[in-house]
Design a binder for this molecule. Structure first.
Ligand code: UD1
Ligand code: UDP
Length: 365
């Protein structure tokens, strides 16, 4: 019997860990699972909503670390997860993505000589000003199983000198969640609730520090939104970081004055999937949403200088947009004029990634 810890902490972790939880649960005689939630995200709409929508069990351990600077948050997770490891001693720890909780738990496990599996390994933006890039590099460096979503990730790891036998190209786990919840998402009433029709609106999300923590950048983006809203309705489920910055910079009045813009609190998984699927296009700086739009073949304008997910550009529907008001407006005008990229779905973004991963660990026993 293998004892496995599945680590979650922030919103994008839940949809990555849910398919693995379900797949491992099919073999109760081989695996015993523990869900550890660090509490990096704690608002109902950033955490509990996803446990409900994704039918996840209540966490076996909840570390309640909350918000803080990078140092404080990472250290708090390390301190509290170490205590769990001292009493529980799992055979494998699985971490996902690139958030602070990912790195903190990986470090703890590695120091206890517990094998670490990293879901979504090998992605690189080659931009070390992003906190996530530091988390990716360091987590990969101490992981034993590097579970990659695309071939470019394998190549990045090989370039960094990682042994080939540690690298497993398994595909995109987020797409597993998307595929298995599509029917339920189709039943979402969100469009009726906010009185929108299919393809008559664009969906927006923003939360990168480079976009929302610098007042001039945030203002340039909002100015673009106000111009775009002359031509199409906008829906903007706002991340808590972004909502705080809006108030701090006194930009809340500007955003509320945009007539065609529907500002809402973050929404649950089904509602968000429905909003994405029926939108004309998406404007975002999210990592996961670049991937989900590629799967849906919905154009995605990414407000960033680079992406750690290049396959969404080379094969998918993604396009990087420079952070200036005219560049953002121009990119959306292209789409509104019918210049729509449909792309193709990358290899192994097929809903079977969890199966491929569990197979790796079944063979080990
Ligand atoms: C984090 C991740 C980022 C990921 C994002 C997904 C890191 C370094 N960053 O960014 O990679 O893309 O999650 O959403 O791990 N807050 C609340 N309620 C919450 C959570 C946060 O109000 O439930 C507010 C707090 O003011 C907090 C701020 O949001 O200080 C930022 O939260 P934090 O987890 O530090 O970073 P995110 O921007 O959410
Ligand atoms: N998402 C959601 N509700 C929202 C915004 C996003 O359910 O209001 C989902 C989205 O479908 C995707 C994930 O959250 O599955 C992406 O998380 P986020 O953008 O916070 O993080 P990132 O991927 O950038 O790390």
């Amino acid at each position: 019997m293998q004892k496995i810890h599945l680590i979650v902490g922030a919103r994008p972790n839940f949809m990555k860990m849910a398919p693995l939880y379900r797949e491992f649960s099919k073999y109760p005689e081989m695996f015993s699972l523990k869900f550890v939630h660090t509490g990096q995200h704690y608002d109902e709409r950033m955490s509990k909503f996803f446990f409900d929508d994704l039918q996840l069990p209540k966490p076996d351990a909840y570390l309640e670390v909350g918000s803080g600077t990078h140092g404080v948050q990472t250290a708090r997770v390390m301190e509290r997860y170490e205590k769990i490891l001292q009493s529980d001693d799992p055979d494998l720890v699985i971490v996902a993505g690139d958030v602070n909780s990912t790195l903190a738990c990986a470090i703890d496990a590695a120091k206890f000589h517990i094998p670490v599996a990293h879901l979504e390994a090998g992605l690189r933006s080659y931009d070390r000003t992003m906190p996530e890039e530091i988390n990716r590099l360091l987590t990969d460096a101490i992981s034993d199983y590097l579970l990659t979503p695309s071939r470019d990730a394998d190549e990045n790891l090989i370039r960094e000198g990682v042994e080939k036998k540690k690298i497993h190209f398994v595909g995109n786990i987020m797409i597993d969640s998307l595929v298995s919840h599509l029917n339920r998402a189709d039943e979402s009433q969100i469009l009726n609730k906010i009185k929108l029709k299919k393809k008559e609106y664009a969906l927006i999300t923003l939360h990168r520090p480079s976009n929302v923590d610098i007042k001039e950048n945030f203002a340039a983006i909002l100015k673009a939104f106000s111009e775009i809203a002359d031509r199409i309705k906008l829906v903007f489920p706002i991340h808590p970081r972004t909502e705080k910055q809006l108030t701090r910079f006194g930009l809340d009045k500007l955003v509320k004055s945009i007539k065609n813009l529907h500002l809402t609190k973050p929404v649950g998984y089904y509602d968000f999937i429905k909003l994405q699927k029926e939108s004309l296009f998406v404007l975002t700086d999210s990592g996961g949403i670049q991937e989900e739009t590629t799967y849906f073949r919905i154009p995605c304008l990414t407000l960033r200088k680079n992406t750690e997910r290049p396959v969404t550009i080379t094969e998918g529907t993604n396009m990087l947009v420079e952070l200036t008001t005219p560049a953002i407006v121009d990119a959306t005008t292209g789409i509104l004029n019918g210049n729509i990229k449909r792309g193709s779905i990358p290899k192994f973004w097929d809903g079977k990634t969890a199966e491929r991963i569990v197979e790796i660990f079944r063979k080990k026993i």
